[in-house]
Design a protein around this ligand. Structure first.
Ligand SMILES: Nc1ncnc2c1ncn2[C@@H]1O[C@H](COP(=O)(O)OP(=O)(O)O)[C@@H](O)[C@H]1O
Ligand SMILES: [Mg+2]
Length: 222
């Protein structure tokens, strides 16, 4: 379970360009649920998702994953939690175009102690989950948007995370491809994973059990 208690985020704290992006966010998300975070551009959705993903720190409040306090400093703890529990699907895929699909999916395994062969097997398994095993050795630059998103999802699940976070995963896709990607998230959710999707798309949001709306850094609907 995820629990945020009065979490605030200030970019450039103490500087003249300081900006408070999140105010006193309190939120609980149960394990195994599928939730959407919605809100206008600049509302703070990505900021919140990055804190949940342990990619970014926060200034005050408390963030717990499975009752473990994620400290607001300490890169080591954040990296460990990221590796063990979290799969992140970044906005605009964030794949390495010159790499093949499988090379991209293997990236999160760089620090694991497994043998290269085992890492390949893990990556192939993740590619299978997203029906992309035939494209394993294709360069990402040759793939369509929907295929890239599948690779990005494979990379997010290669470590078997219990929590998957996705930032506008259908933002750049046509409606048919969006529906296919949402099907994939539903499948991953049915396997018991907790999924949180940031989206602008009412169609995507309506498919999620829970909708969390942010405006100007505050939760206004939950
Ligand atoms: N690294 C940063 N430094 C300063 N301000 C930032 C930074 N990242 C985001 N912001 C600001 O924080 C606010 C929320 O941004 P963001 O979380 O990206 O919004 P959303 O994802 O809802 O569009 C915006 O006003 C944005 O300009
Ligand atoms: Mg954003």
């Amino acid at each position: 379970m995820i629990k945020l208690k009065n979490v605030s985020k200030i970019y450039n704290k103490g500087k003249s360009n300081a900006f408070q992006a999140l105010y006193d966010i309190s939120l609980e998300i149960e394990s195994g649920t599928l939730s959407a975070i919605i809100g206008t551009s600049g509302a703070g959705k990505s900021t919140l998702l990055h804190i949940l993903a342990c990619i970014d720190s926060y200034e005050s409040g408390e963030y717990y994953i499975d009752d473990v306090l994620v400290k607001n400093t300490g890169e080591k703890q954040l990296a460990r939690i990221r590796n063990e529990k979290i799969g992140m699907v970044m906005q605009d895929y964030a794949l390495i175009d010159d790499f093949t699909a499988i090379q991209n999916v293997m990236l999160p395994l760089d620090f694991a102690r497994n043998t290269p062969r085992h890492k390949k097997e893990q990556a192939m398994q993740a590619l299978k989950e997203v029906s992309m095993e035939c494209f394993a050795n294709k360069s990402v630059s040759q793939l369509s948007g929907g295929q890239k998103q599948r690779i990005a999802i494979a990379r997010a699940i290669v470590n078997q995370p219990s929590l998957i976070l996705a930032d506008e995963p259908t933002g750049a896709l046509d409606s048919k491809t969006s529906a296919e990607i949402m099907e994939l998230f539903h499948k991953l959710n049915a396997q018991g994973r907790t999924i949180i999707i940031v989206t602008h798309d009412p169609n995507v949001a309506s498919q999620c059990r829970r909708m969390i709306r942010i405006e100007d850094g505050r939760i206004v609907e939950n």
